[in-house]
Design a protein around this ligand. Structure first.
Ligand code: HEM
Length: 459
């Protein structure tokens, strides 16, 4: 149920009773196709518009107004932090049934990101201890090494234009590779890296298919998916086999070693080989694309705001690096790599005073809530100071890592990784993006539409 106390505290009356709840307002769009054309052509613009015109809970009708379910769906976007709190923390009402995760599961198996129920609970219990701030801090040196390495590699191009996105991808793939496997897997990384976008695009194409044929049917797409999956498993299995041969001693410090050693704190049970392989794929997929995009976005913003950049540089190495982290947080406020998350309502439910029927796709979008003027004055302005000191905002005014039981397990890892790179790069180079425009595309995650160009000069 809605956390009524918060509304009462703010003097707002909101009903939680289904019979008294209002119907959700929303744009009507095209007479036949509903909001499909608007959402397809400019999803981020359309949902921000929808929020400005209709408020904290907005319904979008997609497809024919009356017709079989397959071509007509209602999607409800919840934008207020209180509503988001409710969506993320009551998984029995807002499930992940029929979500993109089900499709992803066909590609990367049942790892932490894609598993459900008891299987997920057991995996999360087993893996959580590997991702506490203290355990993750052991990767600080590795991250600093890899950051220094990409910064050194850039020396040849100092004074010229580089693609920040490409630089960040190289960095995050190496970090996640080394953290997972201990080894430098530079020769495997490019092969996996080639597969990831193919996988993402195939998953998206499959997600948009109205009628989903089982993957066992020999359609060309199903065959392509099968091939990509086989190649991917082959690569990961080889790494795992190699690594098993070298097990023991310091080797166990990497994530793969820890996955082998991990035990369910309640039952003492270890993960199976298949589960380990699926986790490896999940970490490669979830840990790399998001972090590299987040870094590229943040660097672009710092390149547009030289005065902020200089303040951040002044903070580097002082021991008080709160401003570096604040810059990363602010970068992900304006450009959240996971720009939207979806759930399915399992029963009729009231959110922020509005009625959401059972079996409705419910979407929460950091892209919009991170620009909610009630919590973010002058929302489009890049201002890392918003994240300094005590913050009075509600918990879910900012949620780049999601929340509730299925929040991002890699949050501390990602923040450490991002601040390490930012510090190393800015300490060496002045970054200028003032002549550039950042265009983004909402795919499975938010990605730059093309190269993120920046001019680097030695400090
Ligand atoms: C800036 C970087 C990152 C962002 C913005 C991000 C964001 C998110 C979000 C929003 C979710 C929840 C999705 C939902 O509720 O539907 C999530 C889940 C997850 N993330 Fe991240 N993530 C990042 C980096 C990482 C890294 C570095 C790793 C691994 C090393 C990772 C591993 C995972 C996993 C395994 C889950 C699923 C957790 C579960 O369902 O129990 N992420 N991430």
């Amino acid at each position: 149920m809605v956390d009524v106390r918060r509304f009462v505290e703010r003097g707002i009356t909101v009903t939680t009773q289904l019979s008294k709840a209002a119907a959700v307002p929303g744009p009507t769009g095209h007479p036949l196709l509903g909001m499909l054309p608007a959402l397809r052509d400019d999803l981020l613009g359309a949902i921000l518009d929808g929020f400005h015109q209709h408020g904290d809970v907005v319904a979008y009708h997609v497809g024919l107004p009356r017709g079989p379910r397959a071509v007509s769906v209602d999607v409800i976007n919840v934008h207020h932090p209180d509503g988001i709190h409710q969506v993320l923390t009551t998984p029995q009402v807002f499930s992940r049934r029929a979500s993109a995760y089900e499709i992803l599961r066909e590609f990367i198996g049942e790892g932490l990101l894609t598993s459900e129920g008891d299987r997920w609970r057991r995996q999360r219990r087993t893996l959580q201890p590997l991702f506490t701030p203290r355990r993750v801090a052991r990767y600080t040196e590795l991250m600093a090494d890899e950051a220094a390495r990409v910064v050194d590699e850039l020396a040849v191009t100092a004074g010229s234009v580089v693609d920040l996105y490409q630089v960040m991808q190289r960095y995050t793939m190496r970090v996640v590779g080394r953290a997972l496997f201990g080894d430098d897997i530079d020769e495997v990384v490019p092969r996996l890296q080639e597969l990831m976008p193919i996988l993402g695009d195939l998953a998206l194409a499959r997600a948009l298919q109205v009628v989903k044929l089982p993957l066992s049917w020999p359609t060309p797409r199903a065959r392509r998916i099968g091939q990509v999956r086989a190649t991917q498993y082959e690569i990961v299995d080889r790494i795992i086999a190699d690594r098993q041969g070298r097990a023991g001693g310091a080797e166990n410090e990497d994530l793969l070693g820890r996955l082998f050693a991990a035990e369910d704190p309640e039952t003492g049970q270890a993960l199976s080989i298949e589960e380990i392989r699926d986790q490896v794929l999940v970490f490669l997929l979830a840990g790399h694309e998001t972090t590299s995009a987040g870094l590229a976005f943040t660097m672009h913003l710092l390149g547009r705001h030289p005065e902020v950049q200089e303040r951040v540089v002044a903070a580097i190495g002082t021991g008080d690096e709160e401003l570096v982290r604040a810059a990363v947080m602010e970068g992900m406020r304006l450009y959240p790599p996971v720009y939207s998350m979806e759930r399915m309502s399992e029963s009729d439910v009231v959110v922020s005073g509005y009625r959401i029927p059972a079996n409705t796709k419910v979407v929460i979008t950091p892209w919009v809530t991170h620009r909610h003027p009630e919590f973010w004055p002058d929302p489009e302005r890049f201002e890392p100071d918003r994240f300094l000191g005590r913050q009075e905002r509600p918990r879910y005014a900012y949620f780049p890592f999601g929340g509730g039981s299925r929040s991002c397990i890699g949050e501390h890892f990602a923040l450490l990784e991002m601040t390490a790179l930012l510090s190393a790069l800015l300490a060496r180079y002045r970054v200028d993006t003032r002549d550039e425009r950042l265009a983004v595309v909402p795919r499975v995650t938010l990605r730059p539409a093309g190269p993120v160009r920046a001019t680097l000069t030695l400090r």
